[in-house]
Design a protein around this ligand. Sequence first.
Ligand code: FAD
Length: 538
Amino acid sequence: METFDYVIVGAGSAGCVLANRLSEDPSVSICVLEAGPRDWHPYIHLPAGFIKTFHMRSINWAYQQEVGPWTGGRSIYAPRGKTLGGSSSINGHIFNRGQRQDFDTWAQLGNRGWGYPDVLPYFKRLERRIGEGDDQYRGREGSLTVTTMDWKDPLCEAFMAGAISLGIPPNPDYNGAIQEGVSYAQRTIKNGLRVSAAKAFLHPARKRGNVHVRTHAHATQIILEGKRAVGVRYIKGGRNGTPVEVRAAKEVILSGGSYNSPQLLQLSGIGSPELLRSHGIEVHHALPGVGEGLQDHYAPRTVARVKNIKTINQLRQGWHLWVEALKWAITRRGLLSLSPTMVYCFWHSGETTESSDLQMTFTPASYKEGVQGQLEDEPGMTVASWQQRPESRGYVRIRSADPFEPPIIQTNYLVAELDRRVVVAGMKLARRLLKSEPLAPYYDYEDFPGPNVQSDDEFLDAATRRGTTTFHPGCTCRMGPADSTWAVVDDHLRVHGLQGLRVIDASIMPRMISANLNASTLMIADKASDLIRGKSFG
Ligand SMILES: Cc1cc2nc3c(=O)[nH]c(=O)nc-3n(C[C@H](O)[C@H](O)[C@H](O)COP(=O)(O)OP(=O)(O)OC[C@H]3O[C@@H](n4cnc5c(N)ncnc54)[C@H](O)[C@@H]3O)c2cc1C
C-alpha cells in the first residue's frame, strides 16, 4: 500500500489550494484523490461554457435535491463540479468575499482566529486583483486573477443607472471596505479564460513533483485505526472499478464539498448513530452534527421582456454566434467571454437592516423556467434576488451504505419566516429596478412573476414556484467548540474526537455568509494550510 504524508479527498476549490500550499515543502508528499476526470474539456475554460457544463454529467455530480416544504412540490437541481478544480471549474466565475460581519460572527460562535482581521490577510494572499481596489483590502501578487467584467452592455449600464436612481450608490469595489452598492461583477477570468482553482493552484503545484493527483478515484471510506484516520479507500474507475487503499502518514483531509464530505464521513461510520445504524453502518465515532445544518441561497428570478435592443438570447443565435466565436478567438472578448451574471447589486430589505441582506444580479438574458441552463429565444433581462444570510437549515444524509448512491439533500429553503420575508422584499426590489426610468426605453413588460402578482402572499407563491439554488451549499460539517452539539470540526478544522482527520471546504462554515462561496472557500483552505503547518501569517 502506498503511503503519503497527506491524502486529500477532492481536487475542488479547497483541495487545490491545500495541495499547492502543503507542497511548498519539498520533503512532504501529497496524494489528491479526485472522483472526476482531468479538466481538459474546452467548455470548462471558455467562460460562456458555463451553460454547457451546467448539465454535463461527465464533470458534474448533477444532484437533485429533495422536494422542500416551500419549493412548490419541485425537486431543485444541484450541479457540483466533478473534475480538477471541482465546482470552481463549472461555476459562474463571480468573486465575492462577503462582509466583515460574516467572519466576525464565525469568531463570536467560538472559533478563534476566524474574525475578519484574521481572514483578511488570506483573502489578500490568494488573489492577484487587476483593477480597482484599496490595497488595504486587496491583494496584487497572489495566483488567482480577479478582474472586473469589461463588457459594457447598454442594458447593464441602464440597470446600474436605474439602481442609482433608486438611491443605491455605485461601489467601485464590493470586496473592499463596504459591500453595499451597485457595480459590474468581479470575476476569476484572465484573458477571456476561466481561472479555476486547478488552474491557479493545482497545476502549478504538480510541477513540483511531490503532488500526486489521481483522477477517476472515488473515495468510499476513511480508514480508521481506533480513533485515528490512517488512510483512504477508493475505487478507481467508477462503481465496478478497482478498489485501492492509500495511507496518510500525517493526515487525511476531506475537501469533497458540502454534499460529499459529510457523505464520506457517514459512510465511514462517523456521524449520527441513529442514521448510521439505520443503514447498517457500524458506528466508529458518534458525531451528530455531521451533515446537519445545510444552508444555501435561494433565488427567484424576475424576468422582463425587452424591446429596441438585442439581448444575449438573440446574440447567441445563428450567424451572431459565429461572429462572436471569431471575436473571442481573435480578441478573447465578446459574448463567449461572459459570465452568467454581469452586474452586482447589494442592498437591504428594510431601513433598519444593519448591513445589506439582499444580493441582486442582473443579466441581459433570460432563461427557460428561470433556471440558468437554457436561454430563452425571445429578448429578455433577468434580476435574480436572494437573501444573503438565510436562517433556514437542512441536512445531507446518506441514502444508503452504497458510496455511489447520491446523498439525500434537503435544504429546507424558506422554512424560516425571516427568509420568506426577505425573499419577498428582494422580488419587490427586483421589480422596481427593472421598471426604473433608465431602463424604460428597453422595458417591454414583466414576464415573471407578472403584473398580476401584487400582494406579499402572491410574491411568496411565485418564489416557491420558480426559485432555484444559487449553488452555494455550506455548513454541513460546521466549525465550532467541542461542547456544541452541532459542531463537527474545531477551529483548526480537526474533526472533534478523532486524530489525523480534518475537513477543509465550504462545509465547515458555521453560518452562511453574505456572498457566493468560492472566494471564502479558497480563503478557508489557505488559512487551514497554515494551521496544518503551524505557521501564522498576516
Ligand atoms: C453551477 C455553479 C455556479 C457557481 N457559481 C459561483 C460563482 O459564480 N461564484 C462563487 O463564488 N461561487 C460559485 N459557486 C460555488 C462555488 O464554486 C463553491 O462553493 C466552491 O467551489 C466549493 O468549493 P469546495 O472545495 O467546498 O467544493 P468543490 O469545489 O465542489 O470540490 C469538491 C471536489 O471533491 C470531489 N469529490 C467529492 N466527493 C469525492 C469522493 N468521494 N472522492 C473523490 N473526490 C470527491 C468533487 O468531484 C470535487 O472536485 C457555484 C457553484 C456551482 C456548482
